[in-house]
Design a protein around this ligand. Structure first.
Ligand SMILES: O=C1O[C@H](COP(=O)(O)O)[C@@H](O)[C@H](O)[C@H]1O
Length: 277
């Protein structure tokens, strides 16, 4: 017997005149997601990306409505480098957000890729050339952190994030899910995968899988600037081309939103909505 799944909701695209103009609406959107999550279950689970995303969260800084103590943060992807390395997505988020005045997410709620297992010496990894065993351990241990945070008595097949904030590369990658045939990431039922030889440096990465992204309650992509113009057109108007960002389509009632600027969306034919929550 075949089981039919409801079709994903169409993505909602908001385009703003400048990158600065999307900062406050994005903060408002995040606060709404936070409120719904906290009203329902007393915490807010969010996955953050690196790249240009962390700085776009500046509208939250100093906003008294943010319940930092109830945030539980994971990374949509992370580069396998020391946590204080300039390429680390954690380090980017720390600099742009956690270290800012008034931002008080408890340290134990920030889930880095450094394993909790005291027998695994993260700092001893050869970061210039980590072994496949190390990468596999990091992915497995990160999955364990997700299990500890999401599995309950109604134990889950996949974590359901309240919100996942994503960026998109000019090649259509999102998280560390790059274009091209990588069946391990594409088809695997796991929650976390490792990537070697990523086309964008640094080469070794840990990423949430499509399966996790597509179980989220909300996904918000943030993309600005003329460098994203062609990829945005392809992802939004030609999803059949199957670029990684187009494959992020959580099943109903999940929903994808796009916060973009006009420079990035100028060629997009997909309907643009007026921002209102
Ligand atoms: O390598 C990565 O790239 C993407 C996109 O970055 P952006 O600077 O173009 O926004 C990012 O979302 C991801 O977290 C990162 O590891």
């Amino acid at each position: 017997m075949s089981v039919s799944h409801p079709a994903p909701n169409p993505s909602i695209v908001y385009s703003f005149p400048t990158p600065d103009a999307l900062v406050d609406p994005l903060a408002t959107f995040i606060l709404k997601a936070q409120k719904e999550a906290i009203d329902k279950k007393g915490k807010f689970t969010v996955a953050l990306s690196g790249g240009s995303l962390p700085k776009m969260l500046r509208g939250l800084i100093g906003n008294k409505a943010v319940k930092w103590d109830l945030w539980h943060v994971f990374y949509a992807d992370e580069r396998v480098v020391p946590l204080d390395h300039p390429d680390s997505n954690h380090n980017l988020c720390k600099t742009a957000l956690y270290d800012q005045e008034g931002v008080s997410i408890p340290e134990k709620h920030i889930n880095t890729i450094k394993p909790d297992d005291p027998d695994f010496d993260f700092d001893a990894i050869d970061f210039t050339s980590p072994s496949e065993d190390d990468l596999e351990t990091l992915a497995d241990e990160y999955e364990s952190k997700l299990i500890a945070s999401f599995a309950s008595k109604d134990s889950v097949r996949f974590p359901v994030f309240d919100l996942i904030l994503l960026g998109i590369g000019e090649d259509g990658h999102t998280c560390s899910l790059f274009p091209g045939p990588d069946s391990a990431i594409s088809e695997g039922a796991g929650w976390v995968a490792y990537v070697q030889n990523s086309p964008k440096p640094p080469p070794n990465r840990i990423t949430l899988t499509y399966a996790v992204l597509n179980h989220a309650a909300r996904i918000a992509f943030v993309a600005t600037g003329p460098g994203k113009v062609d990829v945005l057109r392809t992802v939004l108007d030609k999803p059949e081309e199957g670029l990684p960002a187009s494959r992020v389509r959580p099943a109903f009632p999940g929903q994808v939103w796009w916060f973009v600027d006009d420079a990035a969306s100028v060629k997009v034919k997909h309907e643009k909505a007026e921002f209102r929550l």
